[in-house]
Design a protein around this ligand. Structure first.
Ligand code: COA
Length: 315
């Protein structure tokens, strides 16, 4: 398969570090130096499903594909206002498609997991055109009085349309269960029979453990996809890494011994938008004219689970 079109949408509300320091014991200096984030787009009046549909429409227009020509829709999402139906079905209706669709929750690695699923459909000869949409509102998961988590995240939707091609050179996924590092509990409806104690807990994170996992997983995943493809890090024109923390990106860059210029970033004004982070960055790079035909691109992402993955493809 190949990536034939991309699209992305951000909420209109921009929240700066200064705005956060009005109600949190934090500072622009702390957040910028520890994370690289200066501001983030935060959902206010928007609905996530509308943003997802808009990103999908942009990607379809970019690819020159009609919604009716889609054979499958994969939506990566951690939370949204619906428990059911799945977001992918809402997107299907919103764009006027009629194909099967599925939601996946692979946290921030969702785009890479979706690409691997789509690639399997192509290899099985079952699809021509696939839409992947990542739509995330992690700002609705954090406790906004917890300075350790809420400063990190931003919301957004990113989409990619896939068509037949041989541009994907390798994809690798990994998972290592570590459920006490990054997690959230939601409260379900009570029943007359529930006897266990249940609580609602906003997003909890052991930041330094996540940091170490992220660097190790990305270094391993990227090395594996490059080996698979018979490439070296120096052959790669662009490394599109999950935008979680600029220091994580710098650590991966140092491991790969490649110049800063090959690592496009948008974390400074987006924050971490979970699985949307990779397709939003991809869309911004593409629309910004950064890619030339034949460029080798690596994408890598990691998230709660832990899960991680990397892909290498030719543009
Ligand atoms: N403003 C000011 N101080 C803050 C703060 C904030 N927003 N957040 C935390 N601190 C404080 C802590 O309370 C702690 O203070 P203490 O020493 O008095 O207890 C101090 O800063 C250091 O905290 P620590 O957690 O050790 O900082 P850190 O250098 O590890 O940075 C993260 C914290 C979260 C930025 C960093 O660990 C990280 O980015 N981890 C990965 C997170 C991630 O990517 N998650 C998503 C994965 S998909």
């Amino acid at each position: 398969m190949k990536i034939a079109g991309t699209g992305s949408v951000l909420p209109s509300k921009v929240v700066t570090n200064e705005m956060l320091s009005e109600f949190l014991d934090t500072s622009d200096e702390w957040i910028r130096t520890r994370t690289g984030v200066s501001s983030r787009h935060v959902i206010s009046h928007e609905k996530l499903e509308d943003m997802a549909v808009e990103a999908a429409v942009k990607a379809l227009e970019d690819a020159g594909i009609q919604a009716s020509q889609l054979d499958f829709i994969i939506c990566s999402n951690v939370v949204n206002e619906y428990v059911t139906p799945q977001l992918s079905c809402i997107i299907q209706g919103g764009i006027g498609a009629s194909c099967p669709c599925i939601d996946i929750n692979c946290a921030c690695a969702g785009f890479i997991y979706a690409l691997e699923m789509a690639e399997s459909f192509y290899k099985a000869g079952r699809v021509q055109n696939v839409l992947v949409v990542c739509a995330e509102e992690p700002t609705r998961m954090t406790d906004w009085s917890d300075r350790r988590t809420c400063v990190l995240f931003g919301d957004g939707a990113g989409a990619a349309v896939l068509t037949p091609g041989d541009n994907i050179k390798s994809i690798r996924l990994s998972a290592a269960s570590a459920t006490d590092k990054l997690w959230q509990y939601r409260l379900l409806q009570p029943t007359p029979y529930i006897e266990k104690e249940e609580v609602e807990v906003p997003l909890q994170m052991k930041g330094q453990d996540v940091f170490k996992f992220a660097v190790k997983a990305a270094a391993t995943d990227i090395s594996r996809v490059l080996d698979d493809a018979g490439l070296r890090a120096g052959d790669v024109s662009h490394f599109l890494l999950h935008q979680a923390n600029i220091r994580i990106i710098q650590a991966i860059r140092a491991y790969l011994e490649q110049p800063d210029s090959r690592f496009p970033v948008n974390i400074h004004d987006h924050g971490n938008s979970s699985s949307s982070s990779c397709p939003i960055l991809l869309d911004e790079c593409r629309r910004g004219g950064r890619f030339k035909k034949g460029d080798v691109v690596v994408m890598s992402a990691f998230g709660a689970g832990f899960v991680s993955g990397a892909v290498v493809f030719e543009w």
